[in-house]
Write a protein that binds this ligand. Structure first.
Ligand SMILES: Cc1cc2nc3c(=O)[nH]c(=O)nc-3n(C[C@H](O)[C@H](O)[C@H](O)COP(=O)(O)OP(=O)(O)OC[C@H]3O[C@@H](n4cnc5c(N)ncnc54)[C@H](O)[C@@H]3O)c2cc1C
Ligand code: FES
Length: 261
């Protein structure tokens, strides 16, 4: 169950001029958060509780009762968050949303993400037990490349790409997955990132008969299913209906989602 919490900031690390890792203390989040879940963070002062922004729980340290979020400054909300200081408190609601399915039957898993979509995937690598894992992460260029060593250390096989070749393979992260699938097999693929990337991963997984879960990063309002800002199309028999990314997702099975052309 999600709770409204006031959590203390334990550490802030500036990973690039616009990407920050924030470590926060919360026994409740550390004990209850599952990979794929997020927190809805209040990004304004005073009584104005309207400006909340969804940020994935990137990792959890249960021994210290802390968790990390990693966020990129996009606009007013994330800019506000980047100016918070160690020792101050953050008002957030969490853990929210449906988590990834990490059933023990999945013995060989792959995670594939692009840009800010890599952050929820990192928690999968940290939490899976007894599974062989491959990670594929892609960035625009080296200015946006973060958590590269952390991903490398937390998987069995590691692949990184960038659009301009300044980090790893030059090209699309999905190209690396496609090539890898000529040799390797997976029980499930987890993905998060830009929609064109997700659509391609879903196609590739479908063509190989591999189960696939996607995490959608839709704009959000309330974060608790009350406002409809986060609507996405999902299958409903032969038709489709609107689902809420915040409540029904953000994680969906790939065959549930209807992607617009
Ligand atoms: C479930 C979920 C998990 C997320 N996890 C992370 C995370 O771990 N790290 C992270 O950096 N970001 C994450 N995001 C995206 C993050 O919520 C947005 O970047 C943030 O809300 C932008 O708020 P802002 O006030 O800074 O920008 P705004 O001023 O609201 O917008 C600035 C620009 O960013 C665009 N934008 C706003 N929200 C989104 C969005 N959700 N997706 C794509 N573009 C958007 C706007 O269209 C606009 O162009 C997540 C989003 C969701 C839905
Ligand atoms: S953000 Fe309000 S319904 Fe999902």
């Amino acid at each position: 169950m999600a709770k409204i919490l006031q959590v203390e900031i334990i550490n802030i690390e500036k990973l690039t001029p616009i990407i920050f890792r924030m470590t926060m203390k919360s026994e409740y989040i550390a004990k209850n958060a599952l990979p794929g879940q997020f927190v809805n963070v209040k990004c304004s002062e005073g009584l104005n509780a309207l400006l909340r922004r969804p940020i994935s729980i990137c990792s959890v340290d249960r021994s210290c009762n802390t968790f990390d979020i990693v966020f990129q400054i996009k606009g007013i909300g994330t800019e506000y968050l980047s100016q918070k200081k160690v020792g101050s408190k953050v008002d957030l609601i969490g853990p929210l949303g449906k988590a990834f399915d990490l059933s023990p039957e999945y013995r060989r898993i792959a995670v594939i993400g692009g840009g800010i979509g890599i952050f929820p995937l990192f928690n999968i690598l940290r939490e899976i037990k007894n599974a062989e894992s491959s990670a594929f992460i892609g960035f625009r260029n080296s200015d946006y490349a973060v958590l590269v060593d952390e991903f490398r250390k937390n998987c069995s096989r590691f692949n990184v790409s960038s659009d301009d070749g300044s980090v790893g393979y030059k090209g699309l992260v999905v190209d690396m997955l496609e090539k890898d699938l000529q040799e390797n097999k997976y029980d499930i693929i987890y993905t998060c990132g830009p929609t064109p990337m997700i659509k391609r991963v879903v196609e590739i997984a479908g063509s190989k008969g591999i189960r696939c879960q996607v995490s959608l990063e839709q704009r959000m309002g309330c974060g608790i299913g009350a406002c409809l800002v986060c609507a996405c199309k999902t299958k409903y028999g032969d038709e489709w209906e609107y689902s809420h990314v915040c409540k029904d997702g953000p994680v969906f099975w790939s065959n549930e989602v209807v992607f617009d052309d």
